[in-house]
Design a binder for this molecule. Structure first.
Ligand SMILES: Nc1ncnc2c1ncn2[C@@H]1O[C@H](COP(=O)(O)OP(=O)(O)OP(=O)(O)O)[C@@H](O)[C@H]1O
Length: 290
């Protein structure tokens, strides 16, 4: 994973009221990140700064490539858009100075991707909330986009629209984009999100990071901890227990791709393997948090 954007020590106040203080984190390519926190904790403020609609009082937002393109999807959709999606997107593209041919081609691509081809001539005013939201995401993706910022994209969506939205997010990520969104619905988090950032006491802490690569839980018994020195860098040791026989029982998580090599080395150190199974990351880790 490559870092595409870094938030470095950002501070922000409104009327001398401290909202964010020394906020730092990074966004990697092809990741969905959820930003959570209480009402009024500063989520929208942070999204606006990353989208360059607002400046921090201090600190910086560093883009790791100069051409990094951030698309912003607002929380509310204008309620009375008299255009069809085709007309609206064309209009938005023209405002941004896109070439006509390229714009029309992109609109076709997006209508296909968001399954709105049949409705391309229906006025947006007649759309459901979920469909309006699709159009808002499409406008943010008109130009080549690396990072999509979405403020409360699930608010007001019914269960079916939420489910459709999950599929849209997965489709957007499969095109190589990263997504930073604010949300309250843990159901969505559980299914899709790679990383969760929490705003608490004016700062941001990372409460979960999911490595999508498969891992194994491995439990083994070994005579001495010093025999593990060479293996420790490739292990996430979760528990060590001294047994009555003077040996240690170790519970660890290891990358699945390294399992065979680790097992071989453990057997060479006369370790006894007690358990090995695949870890189903997302559900397992989330259940302990939400
Ligand atoms: N332009 C502004 N001027 C003064 N205060 C503001 C301004 N914008 C936001 N605030 C205040 O800053 C705090 C953070 O607001 P923000 O909208 O970023 O929070 P949030 O976490 O997105 O909230 P919510 O979950 O309710 O949408 C709130 O107390 C809000 O009232």
């Amino acid at each position: 994973m490559t870092t595409i954007l870094e938030v470095q020590n950002i501070c922000k106040q409104y009327n001398r009221k401290k909202i964010l203080e020394n906020v730092s984190f990074s966004i990697a390519s092809n990741q969905i990140i959820a930003l959570v926190g209480k009402n009024g904790s500063g989520k929208s403020t942070l999204l606006k700064m990353i989208s360059s609609f607002m400046k921090p009082d201090s600190g910086s937002i560093v883009k790791h490539k100069t051409s990094l393109k951030v698309g912003y999807v607002p929380e509310t959709t204008p309620s009375h858009i008299l255009f069809t999606p085709q007309e609206y997107l064309y209009h938005m593209g023209c405002i941004r100075g896109m070439a006509k041919k390229q714009l029309l081609q992109k609109i076709e691509e997006l209508l296909e991707m968001f399954q709105l081809k049949e409705e391309k001539n229906t006025r947006i005013i007649h759309f459901s909330k979920g469909m309006k939201q699709k159009v808002m995401i499409m406008q943010a993706m008109l130009e080549e986009t690396d990072l999509l910022i979405m403020d409360e994209p699930l608010s007001g969506l019914d269960a079916k629209a939420q489910n459709d939205f999950e599929q849209i997010l997965a489709r957007v990520r499969s095109k190589g984009l990263s997504i930073l969104l604010t949300c309250h619905e843990t159901k969505l988090l559980e299914n899709l999100v790679d990383s969760v950032l929490l705003i608490q006491e004016n700062t941001v802490i990372q409460i979960k990071e999911f490595d999508s690569s498969p891992t194994h839980r491995l439990i083994f018994e070994i005579a001495s901890l010093s025999l593990l020195d060479e293996l420790i860098p490739s292990m996430d040791i979760q528990q060590k227990q001294l047994l009555v026989n003077g040996h240690y029982e170790i519970v660890t998580i290891v990358p699945a791709k390294d399992s065979d090599q680790i097992l071989l080395k453990l057997l060479q150190q006369n370790a006894s393997i007690k358990y090995l199974a695949t870890v189903h990351h997302k559900k397992e880790q989330f259940s302990s948090h939400f």
